[in-house]
Ligand binder design. Structure first.
Ligand SMILES: Nc1ncnc2c1ncn2[C@@H]1O[C@H](COP(=O)(O)OP(=O)(O)OP(=O)(O)O)[C@@H](O)[C@H]1O
Length: 285
């Protein structure tokens, strides 16, 4: 069998202060193959974001990380500063919940999209702009050339999230890490943005680590689910949604929104049509 792209093995994170030690991740283990999507699901505070920050070595000072994280067989915890920069900037693309918190408000969309290409890859400004326009087009941003001249505050949240997706794809990563990428958006933008991430990921054969509290959305987009509770993965696999075994997963299933709400939120993709048809039939029954 080929080696997984990402291996997380007995990951532990604790916050150590002068007076106490808080164990927040208690032995998280999972693997992600090339081209595979895994949904890391759990309620607020279960440890999803800490897990992703630990993978990216972005935990704040005071955290102690133990365990093993390998990317393409290489230890992430052993990466030197330069390698870590490439890991974060090129190997892995991160899409965050709130795009506004991750763009410089005084830089244009064009500057944001072309900066890394020009500075890190030596691409000429003209060529970088052409690539940016093409990528915006691919993620469904119309009037792309005009958008390059605009500032983030001139764009809606959904549009800005598409710009973030374009910027991630321009770096040609192998893994996309999406941390609640649609939570801050309105319902229509949510399903559009998720559909774009999914289309692009599948077209490019990328792996996806999708962090969400939304079990249904994760099930619609991912090959496997891993359910987190209190800093641990309590259950994982391809059949978690259809046949949950852990009481906490069953509880999460019970807390799902109504069928109508669920229909609105799911991205309408070809491979999801079956789920939509089933939900519609149940709504009409
Ligand atoms: N800097 C910190 N100091 C103290 N506790 C922290 C810190 N960061 C996270 N925690 C705690 O770690 C636990 C896991 O947090 P984490 O942010 O990973 O949860 P989450 O599942 O991503 O939730 P959410 O969906 O709300 O982001 C929570 O109990 C949180 O309060």
């Amino acid at each position: 069998m080929s080696q997984p792209l990402l291996e997380v093995d007995d990951l532990r994170a604790s916050l150590v202060t002068k007076y106490r030690r808080l164990d927040l991740l208690n032995g998280v283990s999972f693997t992600l193959d090339r081209g595979e999507a895994i949904g890391l699901v759990g309620e607020s505070g279960s440890g999803k974001s800490l897990t992703t920050r630990a993978i990216m070595r972005m935990l704040a000072k005071g955290f102690r990380t133990e365990g093993d994280i390998r990317f393409g067989g290489e230890s992430v915890l052993g990466m030197n500063r330069e390698r870590l920069r490439r890991f974060r900037g090129t190997d892995v693309g991160i899409i965050f919940q709130d795009p506004r918190a991750h763009v410089n408000p005084v830089h244009t969309v064009g500057d944001f999209l072309t900066e890394a290409l020009v500075r890190e890859r030596g691409v000429s400004r003209d060529a970088a702009e052409r690539r940016a326009v093409q990528m915006l087009d691919e993620v469904g941003v119309r009037h792309a050339e005009r958008r390059l001249k605009q500032y983030p505050h001139e764009l809606s949240g959904g549009l800005l999230q598409r710009v973030m997706i374009a910027s991630v794809l321009l770096a040609e990563p192998q893994l996309i890490l999406a941390d609640e990428p649609t939570t801050a958006l309105d319902v229509t933008a949510q399903s559009d943005v998720m559909a774009i991430i999914e289309e692009q990921r599948r077209a490019r054969g990328l792996s996806l680590l999708f962090i969400t509290h939304d079990l249904e959305l994760a099930n619609a987009c991912c090959d496997r689910l891993a359910v987190m509770y209190a800093g641990e993965i309590v259950e994982q696999g391809a059949h978690v949604y259809d046949a949950p075994t852990h009481p906490y997963t069953k509880e999460l299933m019970g807390a799902r929104p109504s069928i109508d709400e669920r229909l609105d939120r799911l991205p309408v993709l070809e491979y999801n049509l079956e789920i939509h048809e089933e939900l519609k039939a149940r709504a009409q029954a």
